[in-house]
Design a protein around this ligand. Structure first.
Ligand code: DCP
Ligand code: CA
Ligand code: CA
Length: 350
């Protein structure tokens, strides 16, 4: 499956601000039409006016001056993204996060057939609406390539199931630009060869494509036939996961500091779970009101994934810093990360 959130940044803003039925445009400040910079995204009401991602904000203002214009709050979208990935992960044998608002899910072990997969998709959409008040579009197919194209074909809120026997008919009529990686330039080059649909690309001679486009040509040939053997792989890049927060007012109250630390520990834990990470180091950061800053960390005997390990160690680490000066800011961090499933080999000497 490929799951992609609908008008993601704008949908999150709408939800947070309780906006509905109005065009919403997230991006640079329009400055009454004189603004520079671009549209990050917009909701479907704004799209009806012709507004699109990547368009100059001044143009968006000209098209739809009455829209609600909002700045990009990336931190907020990242937090929501983490919760979304956590939700999706519960429905997948393996999850590959492919961007802030999209992921691939391998469901082949838990879904008996494509109808079973559709039911999982329906359940996820219901949960997404109930728990996050957000909609998403889902593609179900025999591989990642077709799933990604399927999720894109009924938006917003669609589920598109492409069974193996239907892959060909699904791809044939689509324009070549729907293939991931085919931009305006390639589209133009293919057009010069008389190829504008994926069906035409599939009918083209493979060796001619390779002669003209090199390696990419070979991929065109395979992709146009809906062939993609790549596995859903849990990528893992982060070296550490951390959260910080600054108190509205500097605090000398140990209970307030501990409560804030617990909240950060919960967020770090959720983030680690969402990305499938196990950690072996738990650390904290304390910044006093005079900006003096300290960090402390503790390495566990083996990799862990439980909330208790973060909370317990973070609270222990905080103790010596309490009752000295007022605290301005606290942070919690986990590091020494490995991907879930790797702990047996790596954890052995831990
Ligand atoms: N984004 C951006 N600039 C772009 C494209 C996207 O900042 N040129 C950001 C904002 C989007 C998010 O990435 O909300 C996800 O991008 P998508 O391409 O998935 O687009 P949306 O989720 O906004 O809309 P759709 O409903 O078409 O998926
Ligand atoms: Ca999206
Ligand atoms: Ca996306």
């Amino acid at each position: 499956m490929h799951v992609d959130m609908d008008y993601f940044f704008a949908a999150v803003e709408q939800r947070e601000r309780g906006i509905s039925g109005k065009p919403v445009i997230v991006g640079a400040d329009p400055k009454h039409g004189k603004g520079r910079g671009v549209v990050s995204t917009c909701n479907y009401e704004a799209r009806a006016f012709g507004v699109r991602s990547g368009m100059p904000i001044s143009r968006a203002y000209a098209l739809c001056p009455g829209a609600v214009f909002l700045p990009v709050n990336f931190e907020l979208y990242e937090r929501v993204s983490e919760r979304i990935m956590l939700l999706l992960r519960r429905h997948a044998d393996a999850l590959e996060i492919a961007g802030i608002d999209e992921a691939y899910l391998d469901v082949s072990a838990r879904a008996k057939d494509f109808d079973g997969a559709r039911r999982i998709a329906e359940g996820m959409q219901r949960e997404m609406l109930g728990q996050e008040a957000l909609t998403c579009s889902i593609g179900v197919a025999p591989n990642k390539l077709v799933a990604k194209m399927a999720s894109d074909s009924k938006k917003p809120g669609g589920i598109t199931v492409v069974k193996p026997e239907a892959v060909r008919a699904f791809l044939e009529p689509l324009p070549v630009c729907r293939l991931p990686g085919v931009g305006a330039k390639t589209e133009q080059a293919l057009k010069q060869q008389g190829i504008s649909t994926i069906g035409q690309l599939a009918a083209a001679d493979a060796s001619a494509l390779v002669a003209r486009f090199g390696k990419m040509g070979l991929w065109f040939h395979q992709a146009s036939h809906g062939v993609d053997e790549s596995a859903v792989t849990e990528r893992y890049e982060a070296k550490s996961i951390s959260r910080e927060s600054t108190f509205d007012e500097d605090t000398g109250d140990a209970a307030v500091a501990e409560e804030a630390l617990r909240k950060l520990a919960k967020e770090v834990h959720a983030s680690a779970l969402a990305s499938g990470a196990l950690f072996k180091t738990v650390g904290i950061k304390v910044r006093y009101a005079d900006f003096e800053e300290h960090t402390a960390a503790r390495t566990l005997r083996s990799h862990a994934d439980d909330y208790g390990a973060i909370e317990g160690n973070a609270l222990q680490l905080l103790k010596p810093f309490l009752g000295r000066k007022k605290i301005r800011k606290l942070g919690v961090r986990v590091a020494n990360l490995i991907k879930r499933g790797e702990q047996k080999t790596i954890g052995e000497y831990g």
